[in-house]
Design a protein around this ligand. Sequence first.
Ligand code: DGL
Length: 269
Amino acid sequence: MSRASARSPIGVFDSGVGGLTVVRALMERLPFEDIIYFGDTARVPYGIKSVDTIHSFTTQITDYLLARDVKLLIIACNTMAAVAGDAVRERSGVPVLDVIDAGARAAVAMSGKGIGVIGTPTTINSNAYARHIHQLDPSVHVYSQACPLFVPLVEEGWLDHPVTRLTAQEYLKPVFVESIDTLVLGCTHYPLLKHLLRDVAGPNIRLVDSAITVAEQTAGVLTEMGMHNPQRGEPNYEYLVTDIPLRFQSIGSRFLGRELRQLSMVSLG
Ligand code: DGL
């Protein structure tokens, strides 16, 4: 039974640092909400792991955040949402939002004919985006492409590097052959490549960044539940990670667009 109230924080989690793109969107859209962010930096990347492993890691993180009495949970990791979203919902007594549902809704609302989806191999193999999109509109065409090299390139900080540009051109070539007008950035890391991808995609393809949509959905759910934080002071942001890698602070700040304070290491074992 959840003891969460309107003053409780929102829990956001990801396999690593990438979910901070969602935190950033939340901070902008809901500036009075407290947020606890959980990044499983010791075990990232999830995108190339098996479904069973992702399942077990995801439920551990969910239980940890529920024990912190979060009032709403956001699965900021596309890979976790793709294969373990149902398990999170089953065990949570609080509303659960995720980036796949948000991205699929935004894409269907934007697209007239065809939607391209890019993500990690696990997300793409799960077919979760295509299933979600077809539930919303069975007539829309979906073309999916795994882009495994994007995560390490972003982690390396090569956001506008010729190697990243070439990689994007190569990955997206088969997607652009299809008639799509919308491209879903189906991985937490990809919003950082937005400028480059916009360039590679050209003016006729719109990009969907599910971070912005999920922040909008969160605002809607809080309004519906009457759960907006009534306090109007400086919000509290807490960042929990399972490891603090060498360049975590600098990468994290880049994802967040501001300095990363209140960072602590926790153990799930
Ligand atoms: N957070 C993952 C996602 O959105 C990308 C990083 C990983 O592979 O763990 O799919």
